[in-house]
Write a protein that binds this ligand. Structure first.
Ligand SMILES: *[C@@H]1O[C@H](CO)[C@@H](O)[C@H](O)[C@H]1NC(C)=O
Ligand SMILES: *[C@@H]1O[C@H](CO)[C@@H](O)[C@H](O)[C@H]1NC(C)=O
Ligand SMILES: *[C@@H]1O[C@H](CO)[C@@H](O)[C@H](O)[C@H]1NC(C)=O
Ligand SMILES: *[C@@H]1O[C@H](CO)[C@@H](O)[C@H](O)[C@H]1NC(C)=O
Length: 433
């Protein structure tokens, strides 16, 4: 059963690390007590640029150790209006319905959210999906402190590289931060595949670069990329990667675009041109492995592990079939308003064999890369997709309108919402390598 709250008194730092390792995990438990954590030393940091930064790190450590990593004596997951905790302890997923402290920002207050993700503006009737907080068993994520995060980013380039799901995480990060930046001191610009948010007073940028496979592909155009037959060049990354050079923090993702079938079309020669394409087929997992390795090779050559951080966000699950969670056999995420309760739930959209490739490749490399394993915690969130409440690419037909399930988007996530949680994880791992 549960270990007592003073479990880690004697060895707080390791305990804390243990806790961090399991932030994404619903099954491992860890304990961090208020009293025990306060006495441990704050994390050491080199290259402290300003006194303010020192101060903020200390302040952060106090907040982190003292307040947020409190022992959760009650149930680790509960909803304000739900029955007594004991009932949910078995098998429930660790999250808390937190009306007062979530969301971190209001949809209408963040002008950077694309109309494909503004669910309230597009008529979503419920807002419960905004109020869930991720609550690992018996320890809490540190509170996201936008001012501190900006201080950490001073003089730096933070870059998200990947597909539209990663763009959602990028926008979430911008929304989390922009509130503390005055209007005149920030800007958002787009250049082809690149979006750049600038916090002028901090000389900091947060950027997104479109590269859905990370490596070169025929889907690389930031706007026109809806191509039926996808072709990748898993060994070729420089076309994109030259735009990442000089970034201090990079957050990669790539997954969904690979899932077009069992095999992937691979091109040896250059893309485009005369139709004498040298195409071969490769099992998707093998092609994915090549691409991840290529990315790591680039990181090894181009990023200094002493000054930079590299993250990889694991696959974001989709919810296309409600029978997977015991619902209507013809349904999908449409009309879902609550998360899945089963802590072990894992749908078919997140391929375990692809996850295995991620694990294998990262384990085999000497390149320091931090995995943000958001898959399991996102699996529960059948309620958090944009459904039909988004700007549509093309006008809907009468048949579609008569059957909303047919055009519900069960891939992307409303903002504010689940992707803010991904960034809370990123934040926790950024401060504690
Ligand atoms: C701003 O940051 C960039 C790196 O992102 C650096 O090259 C430049 O010198 C910085 N400028 C100032 C005024 O600190
Ligand atoms: C196609 O690629 C394969 C593997 O790299 C190579 O052996 C072959 O010579 C190429 N064929 C052409 C026509 O370029
Ligand atoms: C969705 O919910 C609405 C309102 O509760 C209901 O009228 C409708 O039948 C539901 N649609 C589906 C496909 O479940
Ligand atoms: C990510 O988390 C899931 C579930 O907690 C686990 O099964 C998977 O192995 C993890 N992936 C990696 C690469 O560690």
């Amino acid at each position: 059963m549960r270990r007592p709250c003073d479990h880690f008194i004697k060895k707080a730092p390791e305990a804390f690390n243990e806790c961090l390792r399991h932030l994404e995990s619903p099954t491992k438990s860890c304990v961090a007590g208020r009293g025990s954590m306060k006495s441990s030393p704050p994390p050491r940091r080199r290259n402290l640029r300003t006194r303010l930064f020192v101060f903020s790190v200390v302040a952060f450590a106090i907040v982190l150790y003292g307040e947020d990593f409190t022992c959760i004596l009650g149930t680790p997951f509960r909803r304000a209006d739900d029955p007594p905790p004991q009932q949910q302890e078995q098998g429930g997923a660790p999250r808390v319905y937190d009306e007062p402290s979530r969301p971190h920002y209001r949809e209408e207050d963040c002008p950077y959210i694309q109309p494909q993700l503004t669910c309230q503006a597009h008529g979503r009737p419920d807002a419960g999906y905004q109020h869930w907080r991720w609550q690992p068993h018996r320890c809490s994520l540190p509170r996201f402190d936008a001012a501190l995060m900006l201080e950490k980013l001073r003089g730096k380039r933070m870059m998200f590289v990947g597909d539209s799901l990663n763009r959602g995480q990028f926008v979430s990060m911008v929304c989390l931060l922009h509130r503390v930046i005055p209007e005149h001191a920030k800007s958002m610009e787009s250049f082809d595949s690149l979006m750049v948010f600038t916090a002028k007073d901090y000389n900091a940028t947060i950027e997104f670069y479109w590269a859905p496979f990370l490596v070169e592909s025929n889907s690389d155009d930031a706007v026109v990329h809806r191509i039926k037959e996808r072709i990748v060049r898993p060994g070729s990354i420089m076309k994109h990667a030259r735009h990442w050079k000089g970034a201090d923090i990079v957050v990669f993702n790539t997954y969904l675009w690979w899932m077009a079938g069992h095999k992937m079309k691979i091109l040896r020669g250059p893309l485009g041109g005369d139709g004498t394409k040298n195409l071969t087929e490769m099992v998707t997992e093998d092609a994915y492995r090549l691409a991840l390795r290529r990315m790591l090779k680039w990181v090894e050559k181009n990023m200094d592990p002493r000054r930079t951080r590299v993250f990889f966000t694991s696959m974001s699950p989709s919810h296309h079939s409600s029978k997977e969670w015991g619902g209507d056999p013809r349904g999908n995420c449409y009309n879902e308003t609550t998360p899945i309760e089963d802590a072990t739930y894992w749908g078919t959209s997140a391929s375990k064999s692809m996850m295995q490739v991620i694990g294998d490749v990262f384990e085999a490399t000497g390149v320091p890369i931090t995995l943000l394993n958001i898959t399991q915690l996102s699996e529960y969130r059948r309620d958090a997709h944009t459904q039909i409440y988004k700007k549509q690419w093309s006008p809907l037909t009468p048949e579609q309108l008569a059957n909303p399930t047919s055009y519900a988007d069960c891939i992307h996530w409303c903002l504010p919402g689940l992707q803010d949680t991904w960034n809370e994880l990123l934040y926790a791992k950024l401060f504690f390598p």
